[in-house]
Design a protein around this ligand. Structure first.
Ligand code: ZN
Length: 203
């Protein structure tokens, strides 16, 4: 005996898609899908178009590995920014958090993750090789390591300090003030701005 299909398959597919996103449970996914259904078809089409264009128009900046529609990205291509200073962050969201402080005028390097041996994420899975290549070019004078103060974030920072020690660059870290265990992107703007300004030499 087969069960009666209560939810139309098209709606169920959308619920499934929404539930695959971080932080979206089945309940929220259903609510979002129903909201889309109640909106005019034109809005749904607009959203569908934005989603399908996403991978076509956005790529990684070949220098800093940020998501961008242009290569170099707007930060790397901005002559007013200091290309001798590079801030290493875990994720694109961390770059956005630091940009919001308005206290940083250097470049970035996005690792796209943190070292996590239990999840099979080693140095080769992160954009570390690309960072080393940038350093070999010799323009960079200071690397500000701004990984989170979580266990994997700290492990990644230690790995970087070791891997970058062969270059004659100043290695700095965000000053204390970011609570232990905190993700950079959740730090409040003022704390993060202070941590950037009073960054200290990495040991
Ligand atoms: Zn860039």
């Amino acid at each position: 005996m087969s069960e009666i299909q209560v939810i139309p398959p098209a709606l169920e597919r959308l619920v499934r898609s929404f539930s695959s996103l971080p932080g979206i449970g089945a309940k929220t996914a259903t609510r979002l899908a129903l909201t889309m259904l109640r909106k005019p078809a034109s809005e749904a089409r607009e959203m569908a178009a934005a989603l399908s264009e996403l991978h076509g128009s956005i790529r990684l900046c070949s220098a800093c590995m940020a998501f961008s529609e242009t290569d170099p990205c707007n930060v790397c291509g901005d002559p007013r920014r200091d290309g001798t200073l590079v801030c290493v962050v875990e994720q694109p969201a961390d770059l956005l958090a630091i940009e919001k402080t308005d206290h940083y005028r250097g470049h970035y390097h996005i690792l796209h993750g943190v070292l996590s041996p239990v999840d099979g994420i080693g140095p080769a899975e992160l954009k570390i090789k690309e960072l080393l290549t940038r350093l070999e070019e010799g323009t960079i004078k200071e690397v500000l390591i701004a990984t989170s103060s979580t266990v994997p974030g700290e492990a990644t920072a230690s790995y970087l300090i070791d891997a970058l020690s062969r270059f004659s660059v100043k290695l700095t870290r965000l000053a204390c003030g970011i609570p232990m265990g905190m993700d950079i992107k959740y730090a409040d703007q003022h704390t993060l701005a202070r941590a950037i300004e009073s960054r200290s030499e990495a040991t």
